[in-house]
Design a protein around this ligand. Structure first.
Ligand code: FEH
Ligand code: ZN
Ligand code: ZN
Length: 358
């Protein structure tokens, strides 16, 4: 929706935008409708996912993120206008947005690993520049990927809630051997997608762990072979499935990343296993490289902290969505209720992924 405001014949188009207007302050404002510059596209936002990282941005100390800044880094929409020099995109095209904007010239970017950019830490749409929690967003044309006829409300979560666990699974794929165990801790926005990705692209035995029985029911529907309710008995229950140390789960994907889940992860992973710390919950994983008992981490275990994913991986995630192999369990909210959606997310009351539909 675009409104025109202004004095005399000088009319400035405005749009609705939900912005970080000051540290910790998220509010809907009327913002100037941006225009596409050279190499850019103006996208009419159809859907934008609400991510826990947005809460970290909201809670960040002053100066870490620019204000005012429109949030939203999990975006899908239709092309409104294209800027000078843009080819391959026309008004009405339907697209998903790859949210990372790396420097494009460092060793990582040159390899297509913009999620490892050595010059721009966490640079991206809704992270270091205006994002998609608005009627419109301007993005570099290079950030768009076509989605064909895929539902736009389904396409948005693929760009982060889908891409992030997909990238983690790709990193761990050599260890995801048929018949081995992979534990997914936290069946929320990322976890429920991780279960589907494992079920669709591997032959591992999936163990889903969450505090919520509703989330565990979702995990079962998404392809988990075992579900374990998080709590004091969880480690023992998982051990009964994966076998005693030094055996265990070959891969553990922690989509929460708090002390309790990191403790579970490092306790059930096998010797020589892989820990992927996808959830940025601020917990601590003690790594004490000694062989005393009990070790804080089994010998030969690898720990990785995946970050988002690559554009090439997003293309594959979109294909999985188009093939019906990856479906987000979505709760939608109108733009005006975006602050409420984030409050529910913070209270752990969102199942699947909250998606804002402007
Ligand atoms: C965004 C910004 C910073 C850290 C992590 C993230 C993720 O939500 C991106 O998927
Ligand atoms: Zn995110
Ligand atoms: Zn770079």
């Amino acid at each position: 929706m675009r409104a025109a405001t202004g004095v005399g014949d000088e009319v400035e188009a405005t749009m609705r935008a939900v912005r970080l207007t000051a540290p910790g302050v998220l509010e809907q404002v009327a913002a100037p409708t941006p225009t596409a510059g050279p190499g850019q596209v103006l996208l009419a936002v159809a859907a934008v996912g609400a991510c826990h990282s947005d809460l970290h941005i909201l809670d960040a100390p002053p100066g870490l993120f620019p204000t005012p800044m429109t949030l939203g880094h999990e975006i899908a929409g239709t092309v409104e206008t294209v800027g000078a020099g843009v080819t391959g995109w026309s008004p009405g095209d339907r697209a998903a947005v790859y949210g990372i904007i790396g420097c494009g010239t460092c060793r990582a970017c040159l390899r297509g690993r913009e999620n490892q950019c050595r010059r721009v830490p966490v640079g991206g749409i809704g992270l270091s520049r205006d994002g998609g929690l608005a009627d419109y967003v301007v993005v570099p044309a290079s950030r768009l990927l076509p989605i064909g006829e895929l539902d736009l409300i389904q396409a948005a979560p693929l760009t982060d809630a889908g891409l992030t666990p997909y990238h983690a699974v790709e990193l761990a794929r050599p260890a995801l051997r048929p018949g081995t165990y992979c534990v997914v801790i936290g069946i929320g926005g990322l976890g429920h997608m991780a279960v589907q990705i494992l079920a669709a692209t591997t032959a591992v035995r999936i163990i889903a762990v969450d505090t919520s029985m509703a989330a565990l029911d979702l995990a079962t529907r998404m392809g988990a072979h075992h579900v374990v309710q998080a709590g004091p008995e969880a480690i023992e229950t998982i051990r009964a499935i994966v076998g005693p140390a030094p055996d265990g789960a070959d891969v553990v994907i922690d989509c929460v990343g708090v002390d309790a889940t990191l403790t579970t992860a490092r306790t059930v992973v096998s010797t020589g296993g892989r820990l992927l710390l996808v959830g940025l919950g601020g917990g601590t994983l003690p790594v004490r490289p000694v062989a005393d008992e009990p070790p804080t981490l089994p010998l030969e275990t690898s720990v990785e902290v995946p970050f988002w994913g690559t554009r090439a991986e997003l293309q594959e995630v979109i294909a999985m969505g188009q093939l019906g192999l990856l479906t987000a369990d979505v709760q939608t909210f109108p733009l005006e209720r975006a602050p409420e959606a984030y409050d529910l997310l913070r209270r752990g009351e969102i199942h699947g992924r909250a998606v804002i539909v402007p």
